[in-house]
Design a protein around this ligand. Sequence first.
Ligand SMILES: Cc1cc2nc3c(=O)[nH]c(=O)nc-3n(C[C@H](O)[C@H](O)[C@H](O)COP(=O)(O)OP(=O)(O)OC[C@H]3O[C@@H](n4cnc5c(N)ncnc54)[C@H](O)[C@@H]3O)c2cc1C
Length: 424
Amino acid sequence: MFNKKSVDIAVLGAGPVGLTAAHILADQGMDFTLLERAAGTHTHSYALALHPDTLELLDTLGIVAPILQRALRLQRSTIFDPSNKQRAVIDYGALPVKYPFLAVIAQSDLEDILVATLAKKGHTPQWNHRVRCIEPSAEGVRFTVDHLMEGSTGYAIAHSEQEIDKIYEYQSNYMIAADGYESMARKAANIGFPEIKSSLDYAVFEFETNTRLLTEMRMMVDNDKTHIYWPLGKGRCRFSFQMPPNFAQKHSFNKDHAMVDNEAQESSELSNAHLDHLLHTHAPWFIGSSSDVKWRVMVHFEKHLADSFGNGRVWLAGDAAHMAAPAGILSMNVGMLEGADLAEKLSIDSNEDGRQFRLNAYNLDRVTEWRRLLDIDQNIQGQGNTAEWLLRHRNNIIGNIPASGNSYQAILEQLQLHESIAVS
Ligand SMILES: Cc1cc2nc3c(=O)[nH]c(=O)nc-3n(C[C@H](O)[C@H](O)[C@H](O)COP(=O)(O)OP(=O)(O)OC[C@H]3O[C@@H](n4cnc5c(N)ncnc54)[C@H](O)[C@@H]3O)c2cc1C
Protein backbone atom coordinates (compact mmCIF):
# COMPACT_ATOMS: atom_id res chain seq x y z
CA MET A 1 0.00 0.00 0.00
CA PHE A 2 1.43 3.40 -0.99
CA ASN A 3 1.12 6.53 1.11
CA LYS A 4 0.90 9.74 -0.93
CA LYS A 5 2.62 12.92 0.21
CA SER A 6 3.18 16.31 -1.30
CA VAL A 7 5.59 19.07 -0.37
CA ASP A 8 6.81 22.32 -1.94
CA ILE A 9 10.55 21.50 -1.80
CA ALA A 10 12.18 18.10 -1.35
CA VAL A 11 15.83 18.21 -0.28
CA LEU A 12 17.58 15.00 -1.25
CA GLY A 13 20.56 14.04 0.96
CA ALA A 14 21.47 15.10 4.50
CA GLY A 15 25.19 15.63 4.00
CA PRO A 16 26.67 19.06 4.83
CA VAL A 17 25.11 20.60 1.71
CA GLY A 18 21.54 19.29 2.13
CA LEU A 19 21.63 20.19 5.83
CA THR A 20 22.71 23.76 5.01
CA ALA A 21 19.88 24.14 2.47
CA ALA A 22 17.46 22.80 5.10
CA HIS A 23 18.61 25.47 7.59
CA ILE A 24 17.71 28.26 5.15
CA LEU A 25 14.34 26.67 4.31
CA ALA A 26 13.60 26.27 8.04
CA ASP A 27 14.57 29.90 8.72
CA GLN A 28 12.27 31.04 5.89
CA GLY A 29 9.37 28.90 7.15
CA MET A 30 9.14 26.96 3.89
CA ASP A 31 7.23 23.73 3.31
CA PHE A 32 10.06 21.20 2.81
CA THR A 33 11.27 17.73 3.68
CA LEU A 34 14.87 16.49 3.98
CA LEU A 35 15.24 12.85 2.90
CA GLU A 36 18.29 10.72 3.71
CA ARG A 37 18.73 7.02 3.03
CA ALA A 38 21.34 6.52 5.80
CA ALA A 39 20.43 6.08 9.46
CA GLY A 40 22.42 9.14 10.55
CA THR A 41 25.32 11.48 9.84
CA HIS A 42 28.73 10.40 8.54
CA THR A 43 30.83 8.78 11.25
CA HIS A 44 34.26 9.86 9.93
CA SER A 45 35.93 13.14 9.16
CA TYR A 46 36.25 13.37 5.40
CA ALA A 47 36.32 17.02 4.34
CA LEU A 48 37.77 18.71 7.41
CA ALA A 49 37.91 22.51 7.15
CA LEU A 50 35.60 25.48 6.66
CA HIS A 51 36.63 28.53 4.62
CA PRO A 52 36.15 32.12 5.92
CA ASP A 53 33.15 32.64 3.58
CA THR A 54 31.48 29.43 4.78
CA LEU A 55 31.90 30.59 8.39
CA GLU A 56 30.14 33.86 7.50
CA LEU A 57 27.27 31.86 6.02
CA LEU A 58 27.03 29.72 9.16
CA ASP A 59 27.02 32.94 11.20
CA THR A 60 23.94 34.14 9.32
CA LEU A 61 22.28 30.81 10.17
CA GLY A 62 23.06 31.45 13.86
CA ILE A 63 25.22 28.34 14.21
CA VAL A 64 28.82 29.50 13.99
CA ALA A 65 29.40 29.47 17.79
CA PRO A 66 29.11 25.68 18.36
CA ILE A 67 31.28 25.10 15.31
CA LEU A 68 34.03 27.43 16.50
CA GLN A 69 33.90 25.81 19.94
CA ARG A 70 34.99 22.50 18.40
CA ALA A 71 37.22 23.85 15.61
CA LEU A 72 40.95 24.47 15.42
CA ARG A 73 41.72 27.86 13.85
CA LEU A 74 44.48 28.05 11.25
CA GLN A 75 45.80 31.49 10.32
CA ARG A 76 47.78 30.35 7.31
CA SER A 77 48.48 27.75 4.64
CA THR A 78 51.91 27.21 3.10
CA ILE A 79 53.22 25.64 -0.08
CA PHE A 80 56.59 23.82 -0.09
CA ASP A 81 58.71 22.45 -2.95
CA PRO A 82 60.56 19.07 -2.97
CA SER A 83 63.73 20.66 -1.59
CA ASN A 84 61.71 21.63 1.50
CA LYS A 85 61.76 25.29 0.54
CA GLN A 86 58.71 27.41 1.34
CA ARG A 87 57.37 28.78 -1.95
CA ALA A 88 54.21 30.61 -0.89
CA VAL A 89 52.11 31.61 2.10
CA ILE A 90 48.38 32.22 2.31
CA ASP A 91 47.76 34.57 5.22
CA TYR A 92 44.11 34.30 6.25
CA GLY A 93 44.80 36.75 9.09
CA ALA A 94 45.33 39.51 6.50
CA LEU A 95 41.93 39.02 4.83
CA PRO A 96 39.32 41.76 5.42
CA VAL A 97 36.70 39.25 6.60
CA LYS A 98 34.85 38.53 9.84
CA TYR A 99 36.46 35.09 10.29
CA PRO A 100 40.06 35.44 9.05
CA PHE A 101 41.06 31.78 9.44
CA LEU A 102 40.35 28.23 8.31
CA ALA A 103 38.28 26.32 10.88
CA VAL A 104 39.39 22.69 11.07
CA ILE A 105 36.49 20.49 12.14
CA ALA A 106 35.68 16.86 11.35
CA GLN A 107 32.92 16.54 8.75
CA SER A 108 31.11 14.19 11.15
CA ASP A 109 31.18 16.86 13.93
CA LEU A 110 30.03 19.54 11.48
CA GLU A 111 27.08 17.39 10.37
CA ASP A 112 26.16 16.58 13.99
CA ILE A 113 26.06 20.32 14.79
CA LEU A 114 24.01 21.06 11.66
CA VAL A 115 21.50 18.35 12.67
CA ALA A 116 21.31 19.46 16.33
CA THR A 117 20.78 23.12 15.42
CA LEU A 118 18.23 22.21 12.73
CA ALA A 119 16.30 20.30 15.41
CA LYS A 120 16.14 23.52 17.43
CA LYS A 121 14.46 25.11 14.38
CA GLY A 122 11.87 22.31 14.49
CA HIS A 123 13.17 20.07 11.67
CA THR A 124 14.82 16.65 11.59
CA PRO A 125 16.16 14.81 8.54
CA GLN A 126 14.02 11.84 7.59
CA TRP A 127 16.70 9.21 8.20
CA ASN A 128 16.34 5.78 6.53
CA HIS A 129 14.32 7.30 3.67
CA ARG A 130 15.74 6.17 0.34
CA VAL A 131 14.58 8.06 -2.74
CA ARG A 132 14.19 6.27 -6.10
CA CYS A 133 12.28 6.53 -9.40
CA ILE A 134 12.62 10.31 -9.70
CA GLU A 135 10.39 11.64 -12.51
CA PRO A 136 10.68 15.38 -13.18
CA SER A 137 7.99 17.01 -15.33
CA ALA A 138 7.00 20.57 -16.24
CA GLU A 139 4.71 20.71 -13.17
CA GLY A 140 6.99 19.23 -10.52
CA VAL A 141 8.84 16.10 -9.43
CA ARG A 142 7.31 12.72 -8.60
CA PHE A 143 9.39 10.18 -6.76
CA THR A 144 9.19 7.09 -4.59
CA VAL A 145 10.61 6.86 -1.08
CA ASP A 146 11.40 3.59 0.70
CA HIS A 147 11.32 3.80 4.47
CA LEU A 148 14.05 1.40 5.50
CA MET A 149 14.45 -0.57 8.70
CA GLU A 150 17.09 -3.01 9.92
CA GLY A 151 16.02 -6.62 9.36
CA SER A 152 17.64 -9.91 10.23
CA THR A 153 17.97 -12.64 7.60
CA GLY A 154 20.04 -15.67 6.80
CA TYR A 155 20.42 -19.38 7.45
CA ALA A 156 24.01 -20.52 7.82
CA ILE A 157 25.47 -17.11 8.62
CA ALA A 158 23.11 -14.66 10.25
CA HIS A 159 23.47 -11.11 9.01
CA SER A 160 21.42 -8.01 9.17
CA GLU A 161 20.28 -6.02 6.17
CA GLN A 162 17.88 -3.18 5.46
CA GLU A 163 14.30 -4.04 4.66
CA ILE A 164 11.59 -1.79 3.27
CA ASP A 165 9.06 -0.99 5.93
CA LYS A 166 6.83 1.44 3.99
CA ILE A 167 6.75 3.01 0.53
CA TYR A 168 5.66 6.59 -0.07
CA GLU A 169 4.76 8.27 -3.36
CA TYR A 170 5.87 11.90 -3.24
CA GLN A 171 5.08 14.94 -5.35
CA SER A 172 7.14 18.12 -4.89
CA ASN A 173 7.25 21.40 -6.77
CA TYR A 174 11.06 21.43 -6.67
CA MET A 175 13.89 19.15 -5.67
CA ILE A 176 17.22 20.34 -4.24
CA ALA A 177 19.56 17.52 -5.18
CA ALA A 178 22.33 17.33 -2.55
CA ASP A 179 22.66 13.58 -2.97
CA GLY A 180 26.39 13.37 -3.54
CA TYR A 181 28.61 12.43 -6.45
CA GLU A 182 26.50 9.51 -7.71
CA SER A 183 23.41 11.75 -7.68
CA MET A 184 20.30 9.92 -8.81
CA ALA A 185 18.50 13.25 -9.20
CA ARG A 186 21.16 14.57 -11.59
CA LYS A 187 20.73 11.48 -13.76
CA ALA A 188 16.92 11.76 -13.67
CA ALA A 189 17.19 15.40 -14.78
CA ASN A 190 19.42 14.32 -17.69
CA ILE A 191 22.33 16.52 -16.64
CA GLY A 192 25.74 15.40 -17.83
CA PHE A 193 28.62 15.05 -15.36
CA PRO A 194 31.76 14.86 -17.49
CA GLU A 195 35.22 14.27 -16.07
CA ILE A 196 37.11 17.54 -16.50
CA LYS A 197 40.57 16.46 -15.34
CA SER A 198 42.26 13.18 -14.42
CA SER A 199 41.42 11.62 -11.09
CA LEU A 200 43.82 11.66 -8.12
CA ASP A 201 44.50 8.79 -5.73
CA TYR A 202 45.53 9.46 -2.15
CA ALA A 203 46.78 7.40 0.79
CA VAL A 204 45.38 9.14 3.85
CA PHE A 205 46.67 8.66 7.41
CA GLU A 206 45.38 10.25 10.61
CA PHE A 207 47.56 9.69 13.64
CA GLU A 208 48.40 10.96 17.09
CA THR A 209 51.95 12.16 17.56
CA ASN A 210 54.25 13.09 20.42
CA THR A 211 55.52 16.34 18.92
CA ARG A 212 54.07 19.84 18.92
CA LEU A 213 52.16 20.17 15.67
CA LEU A 214 52.53 22.99 13.16
CA THR A 215 49.38 25.11 13.25
CA GLU A 216 49.09 25.61 9.51
CA MET A 217 47.81 23.63 6.55
CA ARG A 218 50.70 22.67 4.28
CA MET A 219 50.92 21.48 0.67
CA MET A 220 54.09 19.72 -0.43
CA VAL A 221 54.33 19.99 -4.22
CA ASP A 222 56.56 17.42 -5.92
CA ASN A 223 56.42 17.29 -9.74
CA ASP A 224 52.90 16.16 -10.63
CA LYS A 225 51.98 15.24 -7.02
CA THR A 226 50.52 17.37 -4.21
CA HIS A 227 50.81 15.98 -0.69
CA ILE A 228 48.83 17.58 2.13
CA TYR A 229 49.26 18.08 5.88
CA TRP A 230 46.49 19.20 8.27
CA PRO A 231 46.77 19.60 12.05
CA LEU A 232 43.55 18.36 13.67
CA GLY A 233 44.04 19.36 17.32
CA LYS A 234 44.62 17.22 20.45
CA GLY A 235 47.96 15.96 19.11
CA ARG A 236 46.37 14.55 15.94
CA CYS A 237 47.18 15.29 12.31
CA ARG A 238 46.25 14.11 8.82
CA PHE A 239 48.72 13.46 6.01
CA SER A 240 47.32 12.76 2.54
CA PHE A 241 49.96 11.48 0.12
CA GLN A 242 49.20 11.48 -3.59
CA MET A 243 49.84 8.07 -5.11
CA PRO A 244 50.34 6.91 -8.72
CA PRO A 245 47.20 7.06 -10.91
CA ASN A 246 44.48 4.44 -10.54
CA PHE A 247 45.83 3.22 -7.27
CA ALA A 248 42.48 3.23 -5.54
CA GLN A 249 39.19 2.35 -7.20
CA LYS A 250 35.83 3.46 -5.97
CA HIS A 251 33.27 0.71 -5.86
CA SER A 252 31.37 0.94 -2.62
CA PHE A 253 27.95 2.60 -2.44
CA ASN A 254 27.80 2.71 1.35
CA LYS A 255 27.68 6.19 2.89
CA ASP A 256 30.70 5.72 5.10
CA HIS A 257 32.78 4.05 2.43
CA ALA A 258 31.94 6.05 -0.63
CA MET A 259 35.05 6.74 -2.75
CA VAL A 260 37.08 4.35 -0.61
CA ASP A 261 38.79 1.21 -1.88
CA ASN A 262 38.17 -1.48 0.75
CA GLU A 263 40.71 -3.94 -0.63
CA ALA A 264 43.43 -1.31 -0.58
CA GLN A 265 42.90 -0.92 3.17
CA GLU A 266 44.87 -4.13 3.65
CA SER A 267 47.64 -3.13 1.26
CA SER A 268 51.25 -2.47 2.12
CA GLU A 269 50.81 1.14 0.90
CA LEU A 270 48.85 1.82 4.07
CA SER A 271 51.32 0.11 6.40
CA ASN A 272 53.18 1.99 9.14
CA ALA A 273 56.45 1.31 7.30
CA HIS A 274 55.13 2.98 4.15
CA LEU A 275 53.82 5.92 6.18
CA ASP A 276 57.31 6.41 7.64
CA HIS A 277 58.81 6.24 4.15
CA LEU A 278 56.32 8.82 2.81
CA LEU A 279 56.94 11.16 5.73
CA HIS A 280 60.70 10.87 5.30
CA THR A 281 60.47 11.53 1.53
CA HIS A 282 57.79 14.21 1.32
CA ALA A 283 57.64 15.81 4.78
CA PRO A 284 61.22 15.76 6.10
CA TRP A 285 60.30 18.68 8.41
CA PHE A 286 57.99 16.38 10.41
CA ILE A 287 59.90 14.90 13.35
CA GLY A 288 57.18 13.37 15.56
CA SER A 289 56.10 9.77 16.15
CA SER A 290 53.71 8.22 13.61
CA SER A 291 52.93 4.74 14.91
CA ASP A 292 49.62 5.60 16.60
CA VAL A 293 47.51 5.60 13.42
CA LYS A 294 43.79 6.13 14.09
CA TRP A 295 42.51 6.03 10.49
CA ARG A 296 44.08 4.98 7.20
CA VAL A 297 42.36 4.87 3.87
CA MET A 298 42.90 4.97 0.09
CA VAL A 299 40.68 7.55 -1.59
CA HIS A 300 40.02 8.04 -5.28
CA PHE A 301 39.19 11.70 -6.04
CA GLU A 302 37.61 12.23 -9.43
CA LYS A 303 37.21 15.71 -10.96
CA HIS A 304 33.81 16.32 -12.51
CA LEU A 305 31.65 19.34 -13.23
CA ALA A 306 27.97 19.15 -14.16
CA ASP A 307 26.99 20.54 -17.57
CA SER A 308 24.30 22.55 -15.83
CA PHE A 309 23.36 23.16 -12.17
CA GLY A 310 19.73 22.34 -12.81
CA ASN A 311 17.04 21.50 -15.27
CA GLY A 312 13.38 22.43 -14.85
CA ARG A 313 12.40 21.32 -11.34
CA VAL A 314 15.62 19.61 -10.20
CA TRP A 315 18.54 21.75 -8.99
CA LEU A 316 21.98 20.59 -7.90
CA ALA A 317 24.35 21.62 -5.10
CA GLY A 318 27.55 20.13 -3.67
CA ASP A 319 29.13 16.87 -4.82
CA ALA A 320 26.03 16.21 -6.95
CA ALA A 321 27.31 19.00 -9.23
CA HIS A 322 31.10 18.88 -8.81
CA MET A 323 34.04 16.95 -7.48
CA ALA A 324 37.41 18.60 -6.93
CA ALA A 325 40.90 17.90 -5.58
CA PRO A 326 41.09 17.39 -1.80
CA ALA A 327 43.37 20.13 -0.42
CA GLY A 328 41.06 23.07 -1.12
CA ILE A 329 38.00 21.41 0.50
CA LEU A 330 36.19 23.16 -2.33
CA SER A 331 33.38 20.77 -3.09
CA MET A 332 31.95 20.85 0.44
CA ASN A 333 32.54 24.55 1.19
CA VAL A 334 31.30 25.88 -2.13
CA GLY A 335 28.55 23.26 -2.00
CA MET A 336 27.28 24.62 1.33
CA LEU A 337 27.18 28.15 -0.15
CA GLU A 338 25.31 26.72 -3.17
CA GLY A 339 22.81 24.87 -0.98
CA ALA A 340 22.08 28.12 0.87
CA ASP A 341 21.83 30.15 -2.35
CA LEU A 342 19.46 27.65 -3.95
CA ALA A 343 17.23 27.50 -0.87
CA GLU A 344 17.13 31.31 -0.71
CA LYS A 345 16.23 31.60 -4.38
CA LEU A 346 13.33 29.20 -3.89
CA SER A 347 12.19 30.97 -0.71
CA ILE A 348 11.88 34.59 -1.91
CA ASP A 349 8.40 33.85 -3.23
CA SER A 350 6.64 30.89 -4.79
CA ASN A 351 5.69 32.61 -8.03
CA GLU A 352 6.73 30.18 -10.77
CA ASP A 353 8.15 32.71 -13.20
CA GLY A 354 10.13 34.38 -10.42
CA ARG A 355 11.53 31.06 -9.25
CA GLN A 356 12.58 29.99 -12.74
CA PHE A 357 14.22 33.37 -13.37
CA ARG A 358 16.23 33.17 -10.14
CA LEU A 359 17.16 29.53 -10.73
CA ASN A 360 18.50 30.32 -14.18
CA ALA A 361 20.65 33.03 -12.54
CA TYR A 362 21.82 30.41 -10.01
CA ASN A 363 22.98 28.19 -12.86
CA LEU A 364 24.91 31.00 -14.55
CA ASP A 365 26.56 32.12 -11.29
CA ARG A 366 27.58 28.59 -10.32
CA VAL A 367 28.99 27.63 -13.71
CA THR A 368 30.97 30.89 -13.81
CA GLU A 369 32.30 30.38 -10.27
CA TRP A 370 33.48 26.82 -10.92
CA ARG A 371 35.13 27.76 -14.20
CA ARG A 372 37.07 30.37 -12.16
CA LEU A 373 37.88 28.09 -9.22
CA LEU A 374 39.20 25.38 -11.54
CA ASP A 375 40.63 27.96 -13.97
CA ILE A 376 39.11 26.02 -16.84
CA ASP A 377 39.72 28.90 -19.26
CA GLN A 378 43.34 29.34 -18.02
CA ASN A 379 42.73 33.00 -17.13
CA ILE A 380 45.03 33.00 -14.11
CA GLN A 381 48.32 34.73 -14.79
CA GLY A 382 51.06 35.98 -12.52
CA GLN A 383 53.84 38.41 -11.81
CA GLY A 384 56.92 37.81 -9.70
CA ASN A 385 58.89 34.76 -8.55
CA THR A 386 56.17 33.22 -6.44
CA ALA A 387 53.65 33.41 -9.25
CA GLU A 388 56.12 32.04 -11.79
CA TRP A 389 56.80 28.92 -9.71
CA LEU A 390 53.09 28.49 -8.90
CA LEU A 391 52.11 28.76 -12.56
CA ARG A 392 54.68 26.14 -13.48
CA HIS A 393 52.86 23.89 -10.99
CA ARG A 394 49.44 25.04 -12.10
CA ASN A 395 47.96 21.53 -12.00
CA ASN A 396 49.04 21.12 -8.37
CA ILE A 397 47.75 24.49 -7.18
CA ILE A 398 44.52 25.27 -9.06
CA GLY A 399 41.55 23.74 -7.26
CA ASN A 400 43.69 23.07 -4.19
CA ILE A 401 43.62 26.59 -2.73
CA PRO A 402 41.48 26.44 0.43
CA ALA A 403 39.29 29.48 -0.26
CA SER A 404 36.13 30.43 -2.09
CA GLY A 405 33.67 33.31 -2.42
CA ASN A 406 34.99 36.81 -1.76
CA SER A 407 38.22 35.63 -0.12
CA TYR A 408 39.38 33.77 -3.22
CA GLN A 409 40.32 36.90 -5.13
CA ALA A 410 42.27 38.34 -2.17
CA ILE A 411 44.18 35.10 -1.79
CA LEU A 412 45.10 35.01 -5.47
CA GLU A 413 46.55 38.50 -4.97
CA GLN A 414 48.59 37.29 -1.98
CA LEU A 415 50.05 34.65 -4.30
CA GLN A 416 50.85 37.34 -6.91
CA LEU A 417 48.27 35.77 -9.22
CA HIS A 418 45.44 37.52 -11.00
CA GLU A 419 42.72 36.67 -13.47
CA SER A 420 43.49 38.24 -16.83
CA ILE A 421 39.91 38.65 -18.08
CA ALA A 422 36.52 38.35 -16.49
CA VAL A 423 34.73 35.14 -17.40
CA SER A 424 31.35 35.76 -18.96
C1 LIG B 1 37.06 8.96 2.48
C2 LIG B 1 36.74 10.35 2.02
C3 LIG B 1 37.67 11.36 2.20
C4 LIG B 1 37.38 12.65 1.76
N1 LIG B 1 38.32 13.60 1.95
C5 LIG B 1 38.09 14.86 1.48
C6 LIG B 1 39.09 15.87 1.58
O1 LIG B 1 40.18 15.65 2.12
N2 LIG B 1 38.81 17.08 1.06
C7 LIG B 1 37.61 17.35 0.47
O2 LIG B 1 37.39 18.48 0.03
N3 LIG B 1 36.66 16.41 0.36
C8 LIG B 1 36.87 15.19 0.84
N4 LIG B 1 35.90 14.24 0.70
C9 LIG B 1 34.64 14.61 0.00
C10 LIG B 1 33.63 15.28 0.94
O3 LIG B 1 33.29 14.35 1.93
C11 LIG B 1 32.43 15.72 0.09
O4 LIG B 1 32.86 16.80 -0.74
C12 LIG B 1 31.24 16.19 0.93
O5 LIG B 1 30.72 15.13 1.72
C13 LIG B 1 30.14 16.68 -0.02
O6 LIG B 1 28.98 16.96 0.69
P1 LIG B 1 27.55 16.77 0.01
O7 LIG B 1 26.56 17.15 1.07
O8 LIG B 1 27.51 17.42 -1.30
O9 LIG B 1 27.42 15.21 -0.31
P2 LIG B 1 27.49 13.97 0.67
O10 LIG B 1 28.21 14.28 1.92
O11 LIG B 1 27.96 12.82 -0.17
O12 LIG B 1 25.96 13.75 1.06
C14 LIG B 1 25.03 13.20 0.16
C15 LIG B 1 23.98 12.47 0.99
O13 LIG B 1 22.92 12.05 0.13
C16 LIG B 1 22.48 10.78 0.55
N5 LIG B 1 21.84 10.13 -0.59
C17 LIG B 1 22.39 9.82 -1.78
N6 LIG B 1 21.48 9.21 -2.58
C18 LIG B 1 20.33 9.16 -1.87
C19 LIG B 1 19.03 8.63 -2.15
N7 LIG B 1 18.73 8.05 -3.33
N8 LIG B 1 18.08 8.74 -1.20
C20 LIG B 1 18.35 9.34 -0.01
N9 LIG B 1 19.58 9.82 0.33
C21 LIG B 1 20.55 9.74 -0.60
C22 LIG B 1 23.78 10.09 0.97
O14 LIG B 1 23.54 9.00 1.84
C23 LIG B 1 24.53 11.22 1.66
O15 LIG B 1 24.27 11.30 3.03
C24 LIG B 1 36.14 12.94 1.13
C25 LIG B 1 35.20 11.92 0.96
C26 LIG B 1 35.49 10.65 1.40
C27 LIG B 1 34.46 9.57 1.21
